[in-house]
Design a protein around this ligand. Structure first.
Ligand SMILES: C[S@@+](CC[C@H](N)C(=O)[O-])C[C@H]1O[C@@H](n2cnc3c(N)ncnc32)[C@H](O)[C@@H]1O
Length: 421
């Protein structure tokens, strides 16, 4: 008999897993169409979102909510299917990217604004550099001057499509920094790599913006509504919100030991935070991230799957066990708020990863299913797919020790529940 693969094994038969090969979308790029404007860690695959939207919604106009919207993959795909979309996140760069992607662009204005921006940047006028700590460690001085030149124009001009241009700018701020490629955390390149880096700020910005403008103009959106808000969903959702489909990928753990979204986006954040008044936040906004509020008193003792897992970690490292519990405590509270917005008959799809802590696999898929049942929903399925192209380093650093690596998750688990009509 063929042995059951590790990712399908389960100690909790009430939440069975099924593998689905076609959902791996082998050979299908993750960064496609408008999503190419700015990569984001742990993005959903647009084709997976298309599949789930078609699976759980008819063609009738409906409301899709993504409470952890990140770079807005669910939002953009939802709009293209003719639905209204609502997205929340605590990360201002995530919302900026989402806004740029979900805007409908009018060609003449778009081209005129691009030409105006280009003319002003090439004029090589004044520069505007924000106060960035240790700026010289992260950038060459010529790069700083050219980024300051672009920023100067963006700050002074009230472009209709400023979120598009600012997103392209945020992308260049990261691209031209000394941060290492393939890392989410801020790790400085080695000296030999830094010395080889050329200042390409202005040509890169202009060519990226020009290329993306063509892509955006080719993919006109149906005029449906988009609601985007900076919001910590653990503290609550708008009372009036009613969603037909909730489709999201939540964080898998605290941002210190899993995906450091805020470090990945920090270069764009430092250069653009005051350019985006509607998404402007305090520097320490990431403390609101699930699992980062370490002062909470973790409870949740009645959830067997979680307690079995935490118990095994506790025998090896009680601090890490407590961190995991803190994360799931925050996650449960967020889920409770999110579930309230689901209409009767609506579906909730959470795409999660099962990470390993101290060699103990955390079955976040089954914990999510158990939480959803606890909140009054009905279990449908857990589908497993291989990730062949996620925006993830090939290995990740689960500790804060530079260079210490462990295997990155290579499977995604799609947990689906519904509210009875
Ligand atoms: C896995 S990412 C989402 C990626 C997204 N699906 C995409 O395709 O780009 C999880 C997101 O949750 C956000 N997040 C973490 N804690 C949050 C909270 N308390 N409230 C709202 N968003 C939060 C993070 O900033 C991050 O953008």
């Amino acid at each position: 008999m063929v042995p059951r693969p590790e990712y399908l094994k389960s100690d909790f038969p009430e939440y069975p897993r099924t593998y689905c090969e076609p959902l791996s979308f082998r050979g299908e790029p993750l960064l496609r169409g408008r999503h190419r404007i700015h990569p984001y860690p742990a993005m959903l695959h647009p084709l997976l979102v298309d599949f789930l939207v078609k699976q759980y919604l008819s063609n009738t106009r409906a409301v899709i909510l993504d409470p952890f919207c990140g770079s807005g993959v669910t939002l953009l795909q939802g709009l293209t299917h003719g639905h209204d979309v609502v997205g929340f996140d605590i990360n201002p760069i995530a919302l900026l990217i989402s806004e740029a992607k979900t805007t409908a662009y009018e060609e003449e204005t778009f081209r005129r604004e691009y030409d105006d921006l280009k003319k002003n940047i090439l004029r090589k006028g004044a520069i505007d550099v924000p106060p960035i700590k240790n700026i010289e460690i992260w950038y060459d001085s010529r790069v700083v001057a050219d980024l300051g030149r672009i920023r100067y124009v963006l700050k002074r001009k009230a472009y209709c499509y400023s979120s598009f241009f600012t997103t392209c700018f945020a992308w260049v701020c990261r691209h031209q920094s000394f941060t290492r490629n393939g890392e989410f955390k801020r790790y400085r390149m080695l000296e030999n790599k830094r010395l080889c880096m050329r200042n390409e700020v202005i040509p890169l910005f202009l060519s990226h913006a020009a290329a993306m403008m063509e892509v955006f103009l080719q993919s006109a959106l149906p005029t449906k509504s988009t609601r985007l808000e900076l919001r910590d969903v653990e503290t609550g959702l708008p009372q009036d919100l009613e969603a037909d489909l909730i489709l999201t990928s939540p964080p898998y753990g605290d941002s210190g030991t899993t995906v450091a979204y805020e470090q990945y986006t920090s270069f764009g954040f430092e250069w653009t935070n005051d350019l985006t008044p509607h998404f402007q936040v305090a520097r320490d906004y990431y403390k609101m991230s699930l699992g980062n509020k370490k002062d909470t008193c973790p409870k949740l003792a009645h959830h067997d799957i979680l307690m079995d897992t935490v118990g095994s970690i506790d025998t090896i490292d009680s601090k890490r066990a407590r961190d995991v519990l803190c994360f799931f405590n925050d996650y449960y509270r967020a889920l409770k708020n999110v579930a309230r917005s689901l209409k009767p008959g609506g579906h909730m799809c959470f795409v999660v990863g099962n990470r390993t802590v101290k060699n103990q696999k955390i079955p976040m898929d089954q914990i999510t299913a158990a939480f959803m049942i606890d909140l009054g929903l009905t279990f449908d399925s857990i589908t497993v797919r291989k990730i062949s192209n996620k925006v993830m380093p090939s290995q990740n650093s689960p500790t804060n020790i530079t260079g210490y690596k462990s295997d990155t998750m290579s499977m995604e688990y799609i947990v689906v529940c519904h509210r009875n009509p």
